[in-house]
Write a protein that binds this ligand. Structure first.
Ligand code: ADP
Ligand code: 5GP
Length: 214
């Protein structure tokens, strides 16, 4: 009997904290459990990024059309670009029982939590500010100006961290991936997510009490 749909999970965190790296590893280790939503964005692809793999890269006109047509679960602006979550894939994977992960920034996270209150919100941070700066610069994908903008944005995002359910400190990558996995597995055990199972058990016990089951 299928008793649960997947859990909608949002992962946010400072740019450079390691969200993408953690998610990639989580999906490698547990491909049956998780599905990662692919967002649409108006930002330009980074070297090595492919349309339909990291993002759906779209023009501003096409993105605004997606907003008009209600094709997005949420969208936000982040450092001069649009980013948004296409609806169809998320709904399809949740129905299959996979936990769907949205790797999105804080405005989008709060919109999702408001619309779907049993979403689990995870906030990823490196162990220190120095390490954050080192990773963001070390990744080598951003100009010094964009690194500066992203660190400023990290300061703003820190103010919203109280809205999240779990803090994930990404120091040792493997330990961090296991922590995310165990948080989500524990979430599946919540009474509130197990209504179908509990009702079935209640029904069978009631039948037993009435002598309808031997
Ligand atoms: P985000 O998706 O949060 O912007 P990335 O996943 O791109 O961050 O990671 C930023 C940089 O930090 C990358 O160069 C990545 O290889 C590195 N990184 C990620 N996790 C760790 C870790 N646990 N220890 C050391 N470096 C890490
Ligand atoms: P990047 O340009 O580094 O890939 O992403 C910049 C920020 O946009 C990150 O914080 C990332 O999590 C966020 N982001 C990516 N996709 C989405 C999305 O669909 N919606 C929202 N709200 N944020 C997103």
């Amino acid at each position: 009997m299928k008793t649960q749909t997947g859990i909608l999970t949002v992962v946010s965190g400072f740019s450079g904290s390691g969200k993408g790296t953690i998610m990639k590893r989580l999906l490698e280790k547990y491909p049956e459990n998780y599905a990662l939503s692919i967002s649409a964005t108006t930002r330009a692809p980074r070297p090595g990024e492919e349309d339909g793999r990291e993002y759906f890269f779209r023009t501003v006109e096409r993105f605004e059309e997606m907003i008009e047509n209600d094709e997005l679960l949420e969208y936000a602006r982040y450092v001069n670009n649009y980013y948004g979550t296409p609806k169809a894939y998320v709904q399809e994977q949740l129905a299959k029982g996979r936990d769907v992960i949205l790797e999105i920034e804080i405005q989008g996270a709060l919109k999702i939590k408001q619309k779907y209150p049993d979403t689990v919100l995870l906030f990823v941070t490196p162990p220190s500010f120095e390490e954050l700066e080192r990773r963001l610069v070390g990744r080598g994908t951003e100009t010094p100006e964009v690194v500066h903008d992203r660190l400023c944005r990290a300061g703003e995002e820190c103010d919203g961290v109280e809205a999240y359910d779990y803090l994930i400190v990404n120091d040792d990558l493997e330990a961090c991936v296991e922590q995310v996995h165990s948080v989500l597995q524990n979430e599946h055990a919540r009474i509130s997510r197990n209504g179908i199972f509990i009702n079935e058990m209640k029904k069978e016990l009631a039948e037993y009490v009435k002598g309808e089951r031997s």
